[in-house]
Design a protein around this ligand. Structure first.
Ligand code: 0WE
Length: 256
């Protein structure tokens, strides 16, 4: 299958082999895309280098703290030099200070709210603005969301508010970039056992809850997120923009 043959993409948000970003990157690469990767901080540099080595020693791997405008500018300058053009971008980046994901939402500090929105939502706007000039043949931008954006998921707290901002930003970006044939969509994934999910109290129970209540009576697999990401990146989704695609074993349709 070469749904993405000849496409050039950049992936933000690989931390390790369990990352959703890595699942989608592998699917994009298997579909024929050539990819560049970014990593956040020295701590994750080696992880991303080891993983991306699977795509060849010449794979472009760049540091990027998405809260730093200069680092974003440097990334797209390098990608422009190496690729000359861009078709695909994956945004799979989120962070809220740990204590904001524990107690009551009511107690969210101004600083935790600011950080969660800066890292998890504003970054999509900043990255889309930097990517767009390279997407001269149109493009597809995919961002990861979660159901806590629209309904209360206990303890998801300020991340739910930030994901709501991410989903709304997706729609406004889709409107602004549509004339350039750049599409912007979200995948709202069911819970997946990643580094970001580990250590969240009650996460195992959440996986069991989905198994019990989702129409498909199971959880979503990383491969399935890869396949959905490949669809949204492909020309098969050429008329789809501004959407949130639920890849959650059907959980989102349930009222009870
Ligand atoms: O978006 C997420 C998690 C994102 C996340 C995770 C962490 C953990 C470590 C953002 N910031 C941090 N900060 C840390 O210090 N998910 C969709 C996974 C997730 O996280 C939850 C969930 C689910 C599902 C937190 C509480 C309740 C449910």
């Amino acid at each position: 299958m070469s749904l993405l043959a000849g496409k050039l993409g950049i992936v933000f948000g690989v931390a390790n082999k369990r990352s959703i970003a890595w699942a989608i990157a592998q699917a994009w690469a298997a579909a024929g895309a050539r990819l560049a990767f970014t990593y956040q901080g020295q701590r994750l540099k080696e992880n991303v280098e080891e993983l991306a080595a699977a795509f060849g020693a010449d794979t472009l791997i760049l540091p990027c703290d998405v809260t730093k405008d200069e680092e974003i500018a440097a990334v797209f300058s390098e990608v422009g030099r190496a690729f000359g053009q861009l078709h695909l971008m994956l945004h799979s980046v989120a962070f809220a200070p740990r204590d904001a994901l524990e107690g009551r939402f009511l107690h969210t500090s101004r600083e935790a709210f600011r950080i969660a929105h800066d890292v998890s939502a504003y970054s999509l706007v900043a990255l889309a603005r930097a990517a767009a000039p390279l997407m001269t043949d149109g493009g597809s931008i995919v961002a990861m969301s979660y159901y806590g954006a629209e309904k209360v998921v206990p303890h998801y707290n300020v991340m739910g508010v930030a994901k709501a901002a991410l989903e709304a930003s997706t729609r406004y970006l889709a409107y602004d970039l549509g004339p350039q044939r750049i599409r912007v969509n979200c995948i709202s994934a069911g819970p997946v056992n990643t580094l970001a999910a580990r250590g969240i109290s009650g996460f195992a129970e959440m996986l069991r809850h989905y198994e019990a209540h989702a129409p498909l009576k199971r959880n979503v697999t990383p491969d399935e997120l890869g396949a959905a990401g490949t669809f949204l990146a492909s020309d098969g989704a050429a008329a789809i923009t501004g959407q949130v695609l639920y890849v959650d074993a059907g959980y989102q349709i349930m009222g009870m």
